[in-house]
Write a protein that binds this ligand. Structure first.
Ligand code: AHM
Ligand code: MG
Length: 336
């Protein structure tokens, strides 16, 4: 008798998948697998809180403080940030965390002699969507810890995106999904709430070379450079395009990953560098998109090549299907 016959599908969990991808049970592979598992745990805790947010006192709304970016902080931003810190305490894996919600990196001293990785993350991206019960996400980027960072400036983090050894996001939508890459393609997992496990959904996701979606905040039209306006005029005049913009990067990128197209957050008159932060928003998304066969650019430079000057640096972002990103770049570069 086939002893597996009572299992209705092949339940590949996240940690098993990571080990299979690295094709080994070496200490390094076990560390990365454990690290991904912890990120998954953070995702489960945040998803659980989100699903009950309207029912729990103080889960929604603002804290009354402003973060290092000058943005008003929501209760869920703070909760999500602290979840990532607590899941990595005593893990022995990550010595340092850096996030959108913290001005300086956060050290976990008890991990530091052994923790060989730094986790950069946006704990709750698109949190303004919470006001209307719409999708939000978490974004993460994993780097090898380099140096002791004795002056606490995290200058070793100020390196290009090729230094990432893994990246991904968690999408809190109708289901909770985790999408990750550790350099062996892009894979997605769905949280099965009854098991409390992320179960493999799609392996080796490839973004179509071209797609119908253009995803941009057109309310900024008169704030953009003429080249971006020209691209949008081009899209308006040609068949086959459709606009989709949710106000939360993770959901918009996820749609493009599956259906193709392009997401843009260009510089504006008020914010010449755009809005999105390089180290924990644009660079991890660029890593994923390249692994899926797509592209990511500032318009003039590959996102993965950008060397930041500071931890919370912003960059313009054009990301998605190869042909669509190339088209946007051609408008930008023609005007230069
Ligand atoms: P946040 O990290 O403070 O939530 O800001 C990032 C979000 C992205 O998810 C989204 O793409 C963008 O800001 C939306 O900005 P805008 O409202 O200016 O279009
Ligand atoms: Mg964000």
């Amino acid at each position: 008798m086939d002893q597996g016959q009572y299992i209705d599908r092949d339940c590949t969990t996240l940690s098993r998948h990571v080990l299979e991808q690295l094709n080994s049970f070496s200490p390094d592979a076990q560390d990365i697998s454990a690290l991904m598992n912890r990120i998954g745990l953070a995702g489960k805790l945040i998803a659980r809180r989100l699903s009950r947010a309207g029912l729990v006192d103080d889960a929604l709304g603002f804290t009354g403080s402003v973060n290092v970016q000058g943005e008003e902080v929501k209760q869920m931003d703070l909760y999500s940030n602290s979840v990532f810190i607590s899941v990595f305490k005593q893990s022995g894996l990550v010595c340092r965390l850096a996030s959108e919600e913290m001005e300086n990196p956060y050290y976990i001293p008890e991990n530091c002699p052994v923790g060989r990785y730094t986790l950069l993350y946006d704990p709750l991206d698109g949190s303004s969507n919470l006001d209307t019960n719409l999708n939000v996400g978490s974004i993460f980027s994993i780097r090898q810890q380099e140096g002791n960072d004795e002056d606490g400036t995290a200058s070793d983090l100020l390196q290009h995106g090729h230094k990432q050894i893994g990246a991904g996001y968690i999408l809190y939508g109708p289901s909770t999904l985790l999408v990750y890459s550790i350099g062996t393609g892009v894979h997605s997992f769905t949280l099965d709430p009854s098991l409390g496990e992320f179960i493999l959904a799609d392996e080796n996701i490839k973004v179509p070379d071209h797609g119908p979606v253009y995803s941009v905040n057109e309310g900024n039209f008169w704030q953009w450079d003429e080249s971006i306006r020209d691209y949008i005029r081009y899209v308006h005049r040609h068949d086959g395009y459709t606009a989709r913009y949710s106000g939360a990067l993770v959901g918009d990128i996820h749609r493009i990953l599956y259906q193709g197209g392009v997401f843009l957050y260009p510089g504006t008159v008020k914010k010449p560098e755009g809005k999105l932060r390089l180290l924990y928003e644009s660079a991890p998304m660029a890593y994923l998109m390249e692994q899926a066969g797509g592209q990511a650019s500032t318009g003039t430079e590959e996102i993965m090549d950008v060397v930041p000057e500071k931890l919370h640096q912003r960059t313009p972002l054009v990301i998605g299907s190869k042909e669509d990103v190339t088209l946007v770049k051609s408008f930008i570069q023609d005007r230069e």
